[in-house]
Design a protein around this ligand. Structure first.
Ligand SMILES: [Ca+2]
Ligand SMILES: [Ca+2]
Ligand SMILES: [Zn+2]
Length: 317
């Protein structure tokens, strides 16, 4: 079982390790802590959540925003791992992609879509959305098991920490390199949240992604019903931050080829340019807050970050 799992990940060819580190190095070079252009969005950036737009019924994401210090510490840890891998340290393997096993946990309050019991068609369509988004970067997702739990308390308040903990402790499967997805009805229009790779060691049972059941393809959460809530949240699970993290500061999202963004973008505001001199805002990026129909992109820099994060915190762990 263990060797089969290893075989499904893609090892980084030695000749490419240097190039990968160069991309990563660009992000590290920006960590001078400057924040000259961050204004007015501290409330949004501080708690990592925000309304989907000014008058919307949805909240895009409540994944916790790490502090500047946490982000810098994670970056240093990953750089250390990748450097050890380059030196051939046996304990520091690196991968650039692979097939991630997915355990899909449907929480409902009874049968039928109106009670959150999403159909297997919706689940399969969700898997296709994920595979389409991540395939260009070497990652695929294989649905290995689906379970269904009828529990009205968990279903209607899966975002309360007590319920989230109970639900995950009862249902989570696999190890650090396996993805656990939960659907439920968090309330308040919250679409989803995720844990970061660096949190696995201290809280392995909490590792995973929770999303609003109606955000799956064919669900009722328009304009967030094409399945990209999962794409976005799994981006966090792979180690990515929001494109607007850090506002216009140099460190930003620790990815050098995503233009800085002063705050989250909603809808699909073509031509938005909220930080001077860094290029147009990455409104089509999966890690912004735009509509599902607007977001369709990860970048090479984000891929390099996902690969190094997965190598450091998830692969074989
Ligand atoms: Ca990759
Ligand atoms: Ca960036
Ligand atoms: Zn997010």
């Amino acid at each position: 079982m263990h060797s089969a799992r290893i075989a499904r990940f893609v090892f980084l060819p030695a000749v490419l390790i240097g190039a990968s580190l160069l991309v990563f190095g660009c992000a590290i070079d920006g960590t001078d802590g400057s924040s000259e252009d961050v204004t007015g969005d501290d409330d949004l950036l501080g708690n990592g959540s925000g309304n989907a737009n000014g008058n919307a019924a949805f909240i895009r994401c409540s994944t916790r925003t790490p502090s500047d210090q946490e982000a810098a510490d994670v970056d240093a840890h990953v750089a250390q791992h990748m450097a050890a891998a380059k030196m051939g340290s046996p304990g520091a393997a690196t991968v650039t992609g692979g097939t991630i096993s997915v355990y899909f946990h449907v929480i409902n309050q009874g049968s039928g879509i109106n009670n959150g019991d999403v159909s297997s068609t919706m689940i399969n369509d969700q898997m296709k959305v994920l595979n389409d988004a991540y395939a260009p970067w070497g990652w695929s997702f294989n649905l290995v098991a689906t379970d269904r739990t009828t529990n009205a308390t968990w279903y209607n308040a899966c975002d309360s920490s007590g319920n989230e903990s109970a639900m995950k402790n009862a249902l989570r499967q696999g190890t650090a390199d396996d993805l656990n997805l939960y659907t439920c009805n968090p309330g308040g229009g919250l679409l989803g949240w995720a844990t970061f790779p660096s949190s696995y060691t201290s809280s392995p049972k909490m590792d995973g992604v929770v999303m609003l059941y109606s955000s799956l393809p064919g669900g009722s959460a328009a304009p967030y019903n094409l399945g990209d809530t999962a794409t976005h949240e799994i981006g966090h699970w792979m180690g990515l931050y929001h494109t607007f993290q850090g506002g216009c500061a140099k460190t930003g999202d620790y990815v050098s080829d995503t233009a800085s963004e002063r705050s989250a973008a909603f809808g699909c505001p073509t031509g938005r340019d909220s930080c001077s001199g860094t290029g147009l805002d990455p409104i089509k990026n999966f890690m912004d807050y735009t509509d599902d129909g607007c977001m369709n992109t990860f970048t090479a820099g984000q891929d390099a970050r996902m690969d190094s994060m997965f190598s450091t915190y998830r692969y074989g762990k």
